[in-house]
Design a protein around this ligand. Sequence first.
Ligand code: SF4
Length: 553
Amino acid sequence: MLNEFAYCPRLFFLEWVQGEFEDSADTVLGRAVHRRVDRETGVLPLPPAAPGQEGTAGATVPETIHARSLLLSSARLGLIARIDLVEGEGTRVTPVDYKKGSVPDLPEGAWEPERVQLCVQGLILRETGYDCDGGVIYYAASRRRVPVAFEETLVARTLALLAEARRIATAGVIPPPLVDSPKCPRCSLVGICLPDEVNLLAAEGEAAVEVRRLYPARPDAAPLYVQAQGMTVGKDGDRLVVRQKGKVEQAVRLIDVSQVCVFGNVQVSAQAIAELTARGLPLCHFSYGGYFRGLTVGMGHKHVELRRRQFAVAADPDRSLHLARAFVVGKVKNARTLLRRNHDQAPRAALGEMARLARLARRAAAAETLLGLEGAAGRTYFAHFAGMLRPREGTAPVFDFEGRNRRPPLDPTNALLSFVYAILVKDLTVTCSAVGFDPLLGFLHRPRYGRPALALDLAEEFRPLVGDSVVLGLVNNGEVRPADFVRRGGAVALTPEGRRRVLAAYERRLDSLVTHPLFGYAVSYRRVLELQVRLLARHLLGEIPRYPPFTTR
Ligand code: SF4
């Protein structure tokens, strides 16, 4: 804990106050190095006259001490530490801390956060009654032990950092991100902290901030969709195995999975569910027809403060309206851009009208006015939607579009739109939940039983960019065929094969790169979804003055 605080106070706050954690290559490697020392072996009896404790008067202290993975604490200092290894003789002991890296080229022999962490262990050992003048850091990559003396200056620095960490945790205000720091690219929480992005948006153009993309453009893991009826999903070691009538159809490594989506009659084993929840991977449930029914997650995010702010803003009509305007403006602008780029003959009057409605939405004085403007923009947009559809020869009448309809969709194009929107809302529900929000409480969409209102809010700006764009690609490239739809009464639905095609196109879209309009770097749409949810969190927590909707030109 103090190690993180010495590295960066914001990292400490994110991890220890807001409960954020994210693995990086460094943290995974660090765990591997610790595996051996994490096994508790050996004993460390209390020394004969431990101050403030009953001690082991009369007990024999072993001459040589060699104890691994010891959990010790000091009530007086308010410190607790797991010490990798304690070596010593009689009452004189040395804590040994294992690090995965190489010995740094520094006069002190080790980085300050590492020396401070070791000093904490020494202080606790002293409090326990042992003599402890120094410790050792073992660098696994160099296979070298570096001694660290617990001099007065190091002890004073450690205690000062401890007091400051306590003060910041109690105050409950997150420290600002470091500025252009070389520490950030190595920080495991960089994709959550968003240091350069937050610094840029907090400055509101008043400071020249160059934004580095410090996290991968695309996440490595992807969703696993299982939709054939009767399939089972089980766990085999570190893999998920999908079977049909006992025959293995697919096996994927858990580290390559970001979520599991099951449609209708698909069974997931108790072992697989336990593993998914332990890893924080959501299990998304859909009806056979693609209706998003719900989510199985672990204990949920620990970020109570974010939910508290979310609830407070949702209860405040003015602040809710402020956010609702941003969602609607983003949606209308993106719909207009899609129309301008994809329509056969970009309808000037409609584009002008949508620009006007976006301007009005930006300063709408009431939620009802805003909803009216959104409705008007939607009608204008969908009145020209058919002009963006260029179905392959022979399929044209199938994809005729005369307007938006749903519940149930009455034609194939509306069936495609409804299904893609449902998947988009599912992804934003998962992301809202992962970031620490309650997905059911929104600012534009008012609460209704079971409705993921916040996910629906955030989906607005992505409906044209992701949802509609996927549908246009599917129809115009001939990726979906008339045979991919079934009619039941007046309603039209996708067949399982049709859904498979849509899901493949949707995932391709999420993996495609886009230049971020504010930050200037290339990033996948999948990352952009997460980025927007995190920026909303940063806004609600008071770090950035406004939520910036994602819009393309
Ligand atoms: S990314 Fe940088 S500013 Fe953010 S927590 Fe990590 S080190 Fe601190």
